[in-house]
Design a protein around this ligand. Structure first.
Ligand code: ATP
Ligand code: MG
Length: 561
């Protein structure tokens, strides 16, 4: 099998909505190939949590079914009992639902078909198309040959039908140890396609299965199960990723040689690869097991559960899937395209609020100690229907310490000694005095406010002030923990490492920064998990679904502005 090479130069997306599969389906519909039906499936193996690549496949399979009035099945390809678990089954269901798709009554497990699939194997034996082979693992490999060397026929290839049936039934009955025998299709050991060199159909595995328990001690191979499951479910378009292209002849062989009730066809598309991410369950599992992240749902993970907790919306993922399109050629998608989709969606829905992450106290000397002014501002600047928020302005406020600079800097338009700046939604203030501690750090600013400059009152007191900064009342605000995220990996292609090195050397040590006592606008006290918030001038944030509690709020940064 040739391995698809990544095209490192193709960073851009396909033209919006590009999808060669649609053309294919429309042709089939026009010729009434499958009786005018479109039935697709999403077939995860329950051996890990789903990632953004799977999200693309989910959007594609469920999306096509929706678009052509068909249906999409959720089928678990559970043929490897050792690696699989119900925990994964449940997480996968939750992820598909969260994306907004519904398989209705069409939830299936390949293991539901094990008996039928076994019977078809016996049929193959009876027709002389399958045989029990007793070579050991090493011999199997050796007999198989390689790209340059044709394979050799197994010495067991010409066993009689009776002997094969007897051995296969005894394999099922548990009479043999693991590795003693396998069942193979009898095709062609000289085929240039390695997948056609008498591929394995069954192997002995004395393992407990999360669904069938200890009922089976032989398990069918994925490549044999997949086409048959598709046929049992009357799938019309079996869509998979490019690495299965070379498996297609065997897919078709199974459909032709087993007495299946339908004729599904396999089509391949390029899997999603993205910069700054690894997209392999095996590697993601490593990060979890070695505790390099807090779990599968760590907000830095490219898993669906991770990005859900991070605060990405299902809509932004669907928009992303649509924007990058579906292509036949491998490409590498820039992570900024995904981030742009998230920002575009959040800009529409996020509630605005002010939050100060690195607080610097400002004392307004001409503001009366008891004076409280309620400031009103729109929840969303372009959507008055989302309402108005109210929060207090008081004598002491916090501003972002990075918005103040003592040193002269002609390019810095925020706040400086003697300078003026506008407090967003409120007044212009002027810095009169800088208070420092014994180590020379600025601890407080003493300022005056200019009463005639209140925001929105044209012409805003007639003052032209370049800088506008965010702030919160120091006397009446909410404290919270805010988690800021950088990329999980610090290089665009984390899997590209020198011989002998591991992709984990590319983990970004600064991917998580925790701000313990951020000061938030009072309205955020009642923030809800369902909403997203734009902390003005900073980025988009949401409550952390696991760690945030009323009275001790924890926010995740979804994405920077
Ligand atoms: P991984 O390679 O990440 O371990 P997998 O392919 O083994 O994933 P499966 O559970 O077999 O995971 O995948 C279920 C479906 O999702 C398959 O149809 C597969 O082709 C598709 N899929 C997996 N990874 C991607 C990806 N990066 N882009 C698009 N589709 C993908
Ligand atoms: Mg797979």
């Amino acid at each position: 099998m040739s391995h698809p090479s990544k095209n490192q130069n193709a960073k851009g997306p396909a033209p919006e909505g590009a999808n060669f599969l649609k053309a294919l389906i429309e042709k089939d519909l026009a010729s009434n190939k499958h009786g005018g039906k479109v039935i697709t499936r999403f077939p995860p193996e329950p051996n890990g949590y789903l990632h953004i690549g799977h999200a693309k496949s989910i959007c594609l399979n469920f999306g096509l079914a929706q678009e052509y009035g068909g249906r999409c099945h959720l089928r678990f390809d559970d043929t490897n009992p050792e690696a699989e678990d119900v925990e994964y089954v449940e997480s996968i269901k939750a992820d598909v639902r969260w994306l907004g798709f519904d398989w209705k009554e069409h939830l299936y497990f390949a293991s539901d078909y094990f008996e039928q699939i076994y019977q078809w194997a016996e049929d193959l034996i009876r027709e002389g198309k399958a045989y029990v082979c007793s070579l050991n693992e090493e011999q199997l490999r050796e007999y198989r040959g390689d790209f340059n060397t044709p394979g050799k026929d197994s010495p067991y290839r010409n066993r009689s039908v009776e002997e094969n049936l007897d051995l296969f039934r005894r394999m099922r009955a548990g009479e043999f140890d693991e590795g003693a025998h396998v069942l193979r299709a009898k095709i062609d050991m000289k085929s240039p396609n390695m997948n056609m060199r008498d591929p394995l159909l069954y192997r002995i595995r004395k393992a407990h299965h999360h669904k069938t328990g200890d009922q089976w001690v032989i398990y069918p191979m994925y490549d044999y199960v997949h086409p048959l499951s598709d046929a049992i479910e009357h799938i019309t378009h079996s869509i998979c990723t490019l690495e299965f292209q070379d498996h297609r002849p065997f897919y078709d062989w199974c459909i032709e040689n087993c007495k299946v009730p339908a004729q599904p066809r396999q089509y391949e598309f390029a899997r999603l690869n993205m910069t700054y991410l690894v997209m392999s369950k095996r590697k993601l599992l490593q990060l979890v097991k070695e505790k390099l992240v807090s779990g599968w749902d760590d907000p830095r993970m490219p898993t669906i559960s991770g990005i859900r907790r991070r605060g990405y919306t299902p809509q932004s993922l669907k928009n992303f899937a649509k924007r990058i399109g579906v292509a036949k050629a491998e490409s590498l998608i820039d992570i900024e395209i995904l981030e742009a989709c998230v920002k575009e969606d959040l800009d529409q829905v996020a509630h605005r609020a002010m939050a100060v992450l690195k607080p610097l106290k400002v004392f307004i000397t001409n503001w009366d100690e008891t004076q409280v002014q309620v400031i009103e501002s729109q929840v969303h600047p372009k959507k008055p229907e989302m309402g108005v928020r109210k929060f207090p302005m008081t004598r002491e406020i916090y501003i972002e310490s990075t918005d103040f600079k003592e040193q002269e800097d002609p390019d810095f338009f925020r706040f400086k000694p003697g300078g003026e700046v506008r407090l967003r939604n409120a007044y212009v203030i002027r810095c009169e005095k800088v208070v420092k501690n014994s180590s020379g750090e600025v601890t407080e600013l003493h300022c005056v406010y200019l009463p005639e400059t209140f925001a929105g009152k044209p012409p805003e007191g007639g003052r032209k002030v370049k800088g506008i900064i965010h702030w919160v009342s120091a006397n009446d605000c909410v404290e919270a923990e805010v988690r800021l995220y950088g990329r999980l990996f610090s290089v665009p292609d984390p899997e590209n490492v020198p011989e002998g090195k591991d992709f984990k050397v590319n983990l970004n040590p600064d991917s998580l920064m925790v701000v313990k006592n951020a000061k938030l606008e009072k309205t955020l006290k009642t923030a809800s998990l369902e909403n997203r918030y734009q902390f003005e001038r900073l980025g988009y944030f949401c409550l952390d679904s696991k760690d945030s509690k009323p009275g001790s709020l924890v926010f995740n940064m979804v994405v920077e502005l």
